[in-house]
Design a protein around this ligand. Structure first.
Ligand code: ZN
Length: 287
């Protein structure tokens, strides 16, 4: 306990120096610090949430581009299969033509030995039939050839595109791996900073912060802007707003229950105390 107090005291003196505030702040320094600390804690928690969200979305993104790649691979395989089937059919047709030609030459031999006009006519008829078959086969070969041209072009184009796509997917995967590793390092570092910060927050305030954060979709603090809560947009009572501005106690939005904070405009800081000199942005320093 003693250790904690000493640590808090060191932190307070640091905070006070940073704000370079006068004696009027001393009375509320603990509470002011708690408000400031939970605001900083919220910033860290927001960053943690962002990083965790990214860590979860990267594998989904990689999964999606891998799935697209896979579908392109399958399409190429289908085109290759169609091309192979086309070539097989052409070979079969050529073989059929050859056997028809053999049949014709055999029929011609037989025709020479025909004894009657009827026999002769029958052989001639059969030869004509075979010749007709050959012409049909030749027509089909031409059809297959005209089909195979675009198929071959498709396959060639798809192979080139796929090669590029594979490289791209690999590059994205390695970028995602690097990103994930960087995110993890950042996450570890922020979590450590958070743990250190938590030690300096008054425990009851911290448990309130955590309770509100869990109940309010991760957002436990809200800034008072133009007399309203920036989270739930409820207009603050005038007295509440005055207290928030001047008392600097830990106060909760009467509507959504979040811890409220108020950032005085630079002019108001000047009014509140002499300490803000030199820190408040002047007209010259603004770009
Ligand atoms: Zn609110």
């Amino acid at each position: 306990m003693l250790f904690r107090n000493a640590k808090t005291a060191i932190f307070m003196s640091r905070t006070r120096r940073a704000r370079s505030s006068g004696g009027s702040m001393l009375k509320f320094k603990n509470m002011v610090s708690d408000v400031k600390l939970v605001v900083q804690l919220q910033e860290l928690d927001n960053r943690i949430r962002e990083l965790q969200h990214e860590a979860a979305s990267l594998p989904r993104h990689i999964g999606a581009i891998e799935k697209t790649l896979e579908s392109h691979v399958r399409r190429l395989e289908a085109n290759r299969a169609a091309l192979a089937a086309n070539q097989r059919e052409r070979k079969q047709l050529e073989a059929d033509i050859q056997s028809q030609e053999q049949k014709i030459s055999k029929l011609r031999d037989q025709m020479l030995q025909a004894k009657t006009n009827e026999q002769y006519g029958a052989f001639r008829h059969e030869i004509e039939f075979c010749e007709k078959e050959i012409r049909k086969h030749e027509d089909r070969i031409l059809e297959r050839m005209s089909e195979s041209e675009p198929l071959e072009q498709n396959v060639k184009a798809a192979e080139a595109a796929l090669l590029k796509e594979k490289q791209q997917v690999e590059a994205e995967k390695s970028a995602a791996r690097e990103r994930t590793a960087g995110d993890k390092r950042q996450l570890d570092e922020i979590k450590q900073r958070r743990a250190e910060m938590v030690k300096t927050v008054t425990p009851s305030i911290y448990s309130e912060y955590e309770r509100i954060r869990k109940g309010r979709k991760g957002i436990a603090v809200a800034e008072a802007v133009d007399g309203s809560c920036s989270a739930c947009h409820m207009t603050l009572r005038l007295q509440f707003f005055q207290d928030l501005r001047l008392d600097e106690r830990v106060m909760f939005c009467e509507s959504c229950g979040r811890i409220m904070f108020y950032t005085p405009p630079p002019a108001e800081v000047d009014e509140l105390g002499p300490g803000a000199q030199g820190e408040s942005p002047s007209v010259e320093t603004n770009p």
